[in-house]
Design a protein around this ligand. Structure first.
Ligand code: ADP
Length: 334
């Protein structure tokens, strides 16, 4: 499909270039040969008149004046040169257009490959809970009799799987939602202290469960953006900090302002991230092997956070030492 699109685009490029070149060549040929044609016409007329005169009556010919044949030859040569030039342009523009069409289509090709990979990953993640649900229900149907306790256990397990499905579809929807940059929604005045407090409140049950203390050092700073989405980004980072830390391990949130940026740091003392994983953790569905085996998740949180921060024209970075913890830093325009 990519190849045929490349050929079509090449054909369009060549067509446009050749139409312009041909129009230009016709105009150029017309203008440049007009004078020659005029001379030819005049000389033909003179020849006709001269043929009716006796040699003695003939006026003297200027010395370097071109003959009629030479003029005709000159006109013919300009036509051949222009045709050759256009053929050369056709070949040159064809090659250049093919190359340019490839370059133009490359980002689309990459995007399509990315999208296909995303669909494959999403389907893969959705398949597991659906398959479990189905297997459990089919297993129960095969039983001749189900006791009340068994039925309740089945419903509880089904609900768990449905919860997983719900979480995953919510994450996918968030990805789709924050994928569309919309500057109109980035105009709320946000006090960072309030933003951090809102995010803290949302994850406090999770922190309590693991007896994790969250300390904040946030001065009075203000940015402009979308409160709801920035809270979502902070919640994602805080959830991860809790998820990838052992019980009672402290977490710190701090913020500071430099000349043009406001930076928010979230520091944990958890498992840390290896150097090989760091470049990939913001990719969709990426999970470090250790996380895969030890915690629940889909590898979508950080890509959602990154999308939100990018929509705010900011950046998100991480520094980490395995076994010592990680610091995620969000930088936003002040
Ligand atoms: P999830 O947490 O659902 O796996 P994320 O996109 O939020 O997905 O994170 C991607 C990966 O980055 C995680 O699987 C984990 O390996 C790593 N990661 C993210 N945050 C932390 C953290 N605070 N400490 C250690 N590893 C982390």
């Amino acid at each position: 499909m990519f190849h045929s699109a490349r050929l079509t685009l090449t054909a369009w490029y060549v067509l446009i270039i050749m139409v312009i070149c041909l129009l230009f060549s016709v105009a150029f040929y017309h203008v440049s040969t007009r004078e020659i044609q005029r001379l030819i016409n005049r000389m033909s007329l003179e020849q006709q008149v001269e043929s009716s005169l006796s040699p003695r009556e003939l006026p003297p010919r200027p010395r370097n004046a071109p003959s009629l044949e030479e003029l005709r030859e000159l006109k013919h040569r300009s036509l051949v040169s222009l045709i050759l030039l256009n053929i050369l342009l056709l070949v040159g523009s064809g090659t250049a257009s093919y190359f340019l069409a490839g370059k133009t289509l490359q980002p689309i090709k990459n995007m399509m490959a990315e999208q296909q990979e995303f669909i494959a990953n999403a389907s893969h993640e959705l398949r597991t809970p659906i398959a479990t649900l189905r297997a459990e229900m089919e297993g129960s149907l095969l039983e001749k009799k189900i006791s009340d306790t068994q039925a309740r256990a089945l419903i509880r397990s089904n609900l768990e799987e449905l919860g997983t499905l719900q979480e995953l579809t919510n994450a996918l929807l968030q990805l789709a939602h924050f994928n569309v940059p919309n500057d109109k929604v980035l105009t709320e005045k946000i006090v960072i202290k309030q933003l951090v407090a809102a995010a803290r409140k949302k994850i406090s049950p999770l922190a309590k469960e693991k007896q994790i203390l969250i300390t904040t050092h946030v001065p009075n700073l203000v940015i402009h953006g979308n409160r709801q989405s920035l809270t979502t980004a902070l919640v994602i980072l805080l959830e991860n900090a809790i998820k990838y830390s052992s019980s009672a391990s402290p977490i710190t949130i701090s913020a500071e302002q430099t000349a043009k940026l406001v930076a928010i740091h979230i520091t944990d003392h958890g498992i840390g991230i290896t150097k090989t994983d760091i470049p990939h953790i913001f990719e969709r569905f990426y999970r470090a092997d250790k996380s895969r085996s030890q915690t629940n998740g889909y590898g979508l949180g950080l890509s959602i956070a990154k999308q939100i921060i990018a929509a705010h024209h900011g950046s998100i970075t991480v520094s980490s030492i395995v076994g010592n913890g990680s610091t995620f830093t969000i930088q936003l325009p002040a």
